[in-house]
Design a binder for this molecule. Structure first.
Ligand SMILES: Nc1ncnc2c1ncn2[C@@H]1O[C@H](COP(=O)(O)OP(=O)(O)O)[C@@H](O)[C@H]1O
Ligand SMILES: [Mg+2]
Length: 266
């Protein structure tokens, strides 16, 4: 989709939303998972969040749409104060699309039905309108011809593209991706990344947790490296990935970029 097209179809918020996170803390029992995160994303910006497993990336994303309740700190998403106890969570979540490693499609519904169920139930859209919008988004991800199929008749990459189309039917102002290609066969990863690149170019605000360093380097405006619940390094993608300054970032990238380069002291 080109930028003028996106302008014709603004998000429900009226445009891409920015995100501001200040002093975010989250613990599970005495396991402190987020230890004071400060991070901001400008409207239309693409930020890739990288870091080792267990560093708190998913928890951070889940705090943004309040699937988790932070212990301290503030988060704003566009005009919503996500951490305000009185925030209208349903209204806020309508503006936030989330795509997970597992696609979470309804197996008994067609691709088209998977894409219309939320607009029909939550936005009370008439069936025809919801289907027209779903077809627009399925076309955008190149799957309009598979609209009548069931999820188990699609490849993993196609299912993930349906999950993206489904999120886009709500005209989100922010998209959160949590390792969207980690569960895919290698040959279908590229198609999903291509859709995400298109979405970035169309001006969507995106926070993307990923291990795809080539994608991050090419598409992200900024890269944030997290380790053990803290932001250790952030900056333009070319700097953080191409010329990391912190030893922990260097170590992480060495492992990710050279998986067979095993240090026998590990
Ligand atoms: N619902 C939960 N209950 C208890 N501990 C959790 C829960 N979710 C995550 N954790 C713990 O929080 C830490 C960070 O997890 P996570 O945010 O999933 O990291 P990442 O996405 O970077 O791999 C891990 O130690 C994990 O075990
Ligand atoms: Mg995770």
């Amino acid at each position: 989709m080109t930028e003028p097209e996106l302008a014709e179809h603004p998000s429900a918020e009226g445009g891409p939303a920015g995100v501001t996170i200040t002093g975010l803390h989250k613990a599970y029992g005495d396991n402190e998972v987020l230890k004071g995160i400060d991070m901001s994303v400008r409207p239309g910006e693409v930020v890739c969040l990288i870091g080792a497993s267990g560093s708190g990336k998913s928890t951070l994303l889940r705090c943004v749409n309040r699937l988790e309740d932070p212990n301290a700190g503030t988060i704003t998403v566009g005009s919503f104060e996500a951490t305000d106890p009185d925030v209208d969570l349903d209204a806020m979540r309508r503006h936030i699309g989330m795509v997970f490693q597992q696609f979470n499609l309804f197996p008994h519904l067609s691709v088209l039905e998977n894409c219309t169920i939320t607009p029909r139930r939550v936005l009370k859209q008439p069936k025809e309108d919801a289907e027209a919008e779903a077809m627009t988004q399925l076309r955008r991800v190149g799957l309009e011809e598979l609209a009548q199929r069931r999820p188990d008749q699609l490849s993993g990459g196609q299912q993930q593209r349906v999950a993206i189309a489904r999120a886009l039917t709500m005209r989100p102002a922010l998209m959160l991706f949590d390792e969207p290609t980690s569960a895919l066969d290698p040959e279908t990863v590229g198609d999903v990344l291509a859709i995400m690149r298109q979405l970035a170019e169309a001006g969507m605000t995106m926070i993307v947790v990923t291990h795809e360093m080539a994608f991050a380097r090419e598409v992200a405006d900024r890269v944030v490296f997290m380790d053990q619940g803290r932001v250790v390094e952030e900056g333009p993608a070319a700097e953080v990935i191409g010329d990391p300054q912190q030893p922990r970032t260097q170590d992480f990238l060495r492992r990710v970029l050279n998986p067979t380069d095993v240090d026998i002291r590990d």
